[in-house]
Design a protein around this ligand. Structure first.
Ligand code: 6R9
Length: 645
């Protein structure tokens, strides 16, 4: 098994929720157990009952139709997730409740009630229809964290268009690839966005991408900054003009439960990023239930999930999950350290945030910046904290609990993936003690196991591969345009089960600790990157003939990107230029921290790069382990031990 599994940490002492929190929690341990058991013994009854809490235009004939690897949930039923998130809540009397409170990096604040958000979404739906978008069409979004991102997603969902959100930090090339792959005729972007006080010219990047994406016909441009971006006659339309002119009347389209809701590109161990496809009904039920139970939502909560809508966490827990629950969400545009590391805590104080959901990489940065930043603010509104995106180290967990939560707030570590759509493992707050560094117990309907490559369950306490043994409502349905890849990657690796790509172990209480990827996927600051993607970007540079990319443990980012490159004859390298090249090809998040120049890479006789050794070099360790399978063991001695400048 990989080194990640061998180095699993020891169990941490459990941390119990306060009596006060437990007393008001909506689920206790007994209730969880009863619900979980029913979700295992009578999944169709369980999920049918949960789904009834939402609105369906017509009923299902069966809750689940499972023909591995394809699941259909709520078969034949019709619904609409935007209707459930907005109209249903307005009809229930929440029209005047705050849906989105948004803060720009420059301090601007905008608030939308449920009624106001609904009106915006209806207008935006009409704008899309006027642009010729029909049910099933893909629409790409390349937007900053502004309310229009949520409005655009919900507008797509309302008419049955499939949104594909591309993170604003991705490069022109990455954006163009995703537009082409999804065959989107419409792109929604903004003139610019604020990041650390500077303007990021999104429209300029969108224009360049459009030049490489023939399929694109129209661009809707939100005015976030100065509205000064050049507009192309006949192609570009300003969002605010179009919305002002559009009708505010629109009836949500009844959609088949299995109608695709969105495509979201994510990295895998091979090939280009894959478009993970989620469906309407199952995703809706999964995000609804997990938001409600994991975050123990209360009527007056202000829920702040700090993830960008460009990632799945932003989809499920900034937009869909909380709005389906009629909650008020806070959305923030900018960097966590602008103007300084006190920004989040200032916002928690000013907006009275009660539930905060963020990533370990951010927590470690705050920890390094020092206790004095949170110390300056009143954080007493917080009652629950969450963590997602990568394993959280116990030290960061404890700091989060003590300094941010004041020792009062449970911390829920949540394991899940773009593919799973919603939270899969966590310890429900109030019901169970948490163990720092351990995601915890399965959510309802989730049937996990830790197995060997052959699919045999390992003993408690031993490392293995995390698999899920039965379908769940919010699971991905396919890989866009490549169902064979879906079948092979997720249900074909280990017979009969969903393979998550993570290494994990389970303790005798049933708590699962997820240690990290066992495939060639890196997790840099909570963001997934395929080593192969970075390698192909590097070999795309004129001076590089071969490249191998590995992760190096990093105190702040979790993992840092380290590249080993072989140069073409007669070429020298400028590490800064190679870094910039990767940044231009993929995005700044993929930029290697260190680049080593080598004259050969350690390979097996069959030509497979032995990354284990490269990881050791990257981490500054002595090379150790069995070298007998190497084609030429002397390569190891010749590997540079200091990176290129
Ligand atoms: C939601 C999200 C998924 C990968 C996943 C795993 C890692 C996420 C984690 C965690 C340990 C947690 N991961 N949450 N590892 N503990 N609580 O992050 O989706 O971007 O697709 O990443 O992130 O390795 O496989 P995504």
């Amino acid at each position: 098994m990989t080194d990640k599994i061998d180095h699993a940490s020891q169990d941490e002492a459990p941390v119990f929720p306060s009596a006060e929190f437990a007393a008001s929690a909506s689920l206790n341990a007994e209730q969880y157990r009863a619900m979980y058991e029913r979700s295992m013994n009578d999944p169709e009854g369980f999920w049918g009952d949960i789904a009834q809490e939402l609105h369906w235009f017509s009923p299902w004939s069966r809750v689940l139709d499972w023909q591995e690897p394809h699941a259909q949930w709520f078969v034949g039923a019709q619904t609409n997730i935007a209707y459930n998130a907005l109209d249903r809540n307005v009809n229930a009397g929440l029209g005047n409740k705050r849906a989105i409170v948004w803060e720009g990096e420059n301090g601007e604040v905008r608030t939308f009630t449920y009624a106001e958000l609904l009106e915006q979404v209806k207008r935006a739906a009409n704008v899309l229809l006027n642009l010729g978008v029909v049910k099933g069409d893909r629409v790409t979004l390349y937007l900053p964290m502004i309310p229009e991102a949520a409005i655009a997603m919900l507008a797509c969902a309302r008419i049955g268009a499939i949104h594909s959100v591309v993170f604003g930090g991705f490069s022109v090339a990455a954006l163009a690839d995703r537009i082409q792959n999804a065959q989107s005729k419409v792109l929604i972007t903004a003139d610019a966005s604020y990041r650390r006080g500077a303007l990021v010219p999104l429209k300029g990047k969108a224009d360049e991408a459009a030049a490489h994406a023939e399929v694109l016909e129209k661009m809707l441009v939100v005015c976030r900054a100065d509205c000064n971006a050049p507009m192309q006659e006949g192609r570009d339309v300003y969002w605010h003009d179009a919305l002002a002119q559009a009708s505010s009347e629109h009836t949500a389209e009844p959609l088949d439960s299995e109608h695709p809701l969105f495509v979201l590109y994510t990295s895998g161990s091979t090939g280009k990023p894959k478009g993970v496809v989620h469906s309407t009904g199952g995703y809706m039920v999964g995000t609804y239930l997990t938001t409600k139970t994991v975050f123990d939502l209360k009527e007056n909560d202000l829920f702040w999930c700090t993830a960008d809508v460009g990632w799945v966490t932003g989809h499920s827990y900034t937009v869909y999950g909380p709005l389906l629950n009629g909650a008020s969400v806070l959305m923030y545009e900018g960097a966590p350290n602008h103007p300084d590391w006190g920004r989040f805590w200032d916002m928690v104080q000013r907006h009275r945030v009660s539930v905060l959901y963020t990533a370990p990489t951010a927590i470690r940065s705050f920890m390094r910046a020092g206790d004095s930043f949170p110390g300056r603010f009143d954080l007493s509104s917080l009652r629950l904290l969450g963590s997602v995106g990568e394993p959280i180290n116990p030290e960061a967990w404890r700091w989060y609990e003590r300094v941010i939560g004041g020792g009062r707030c449970p911390v829920v570590d949540t394991w899940w993936q773009t593919e799973t759509g919603s939270i899969m493992l966590t310890t429900l707050p109030g019901a169970f003690p948490a163990k720092p560094g351990t995601a915890g117990l399965p959510m309802f309907g989730v049937d996990p196991a830790i197995v060997t490559r052959e699919g045999d369950e390992v003993q408690d306490g031993q490392g293995g591969l995390l698999v899920i043994r039965r379908p769940w409502p919010s699971m991905l349905r396919t890989v866009y345009g490549d169902d064979a890849r879906y079948a092979k990657t997720y249900w074909g690796e280990i017979p009969g089960v969903y393979f998550a790509g993570d290494g994990a172990r389970k303790d005798s209480d049933g708590y699962i600790t997820v240690m990290g990827r066992v495939d060639d996927v890196l997790n840099v600051s909570g963001h997934r990157l395929g080593t192969m993607e970075i390698e192909s970007a590097l070999v795309g540079h004129a001076s590089v003939s071969e490249a191998a990319v590995v992760g190096r443990p990093d105190e702040l980012k979790g993992e840092a990107v380290v590249a080993f490159v072989l140069l073409k004859d007669g070429h020298t390298v400028d590490a800064a230029e190679l870094r910039q090249h990767v940044s231009t090809q993929i995005g700044a998040l993929a930029r290697p921290d260190a680049i080593y120049v080598a004259d050969a890479l350690p390979k097996t006789r069959s030509g497979k790069i032995m990354r284990r050794f490269l990881r050791q070099v990257a981490a500054g360790q002595e090379i150790s382990g069995d070298t007998s399978t190497l084609e030429d063991p002397s390569v190891l001695e010749r590997l540079a031990t200091t990176p290129a400048q």
